[in-house]
Design a protein around this ligand. Structure first.
Ligand code: ZN
Length: 112
């Protein structure tokens, strides 16, 4: 049996609020490790958007691939070189939005 990866969701997160401000966006999801931090969108709103879920879960897998610190460093470097939209991790996450398999091994932890 395949053990599922548990992903946590945190609503009204200050980290996501800061990112939203910086990105001039009213809604924001931001991943650190296995947690998705939300601002301007409810847990339910987020979970009803499959493309958005896949995008953020792709970032969870990126963290798992590189480890938290290394991923943050690599992401920052990509961001610095290519900006937000053209950085390799965002390009991969946008492609993942259309991958129906991506959420197969994911369990969202119940609301704390
Ligand atoms: Zn992204």
């Amino acid at each position: 049996m395949i053990r599922k990866l548990v992903v946590h969701i945190k609503e009204d997160a200050w980290l996501a609020k800061l990112a939203a401000k910086r990105m001039r966006s009213s809604q924001m999801a931001m991943v650190v490790g296995c947690t998705i931090y939300l601002h301007g969108v409810s847990r339910q709103g987020f979970l009803s958007d499959a493309g958005w879920m896949r995008h953020e879960v792709c970032h969870v897998y990126q963290y798992r691939q590189y480890g938290i610190l290394r991923f943050l460093w690599l992401y920052w470097r990509e961001f610095h070189r290519h900006g937000y939209y053209q950085n390799a991790f965002e390009i991969a996450a946008r492609e993942a939005e259309n991958d129906p398999e991506l959420l197969k091994n994911i369990d969202f932890a119940p609301k704390a």
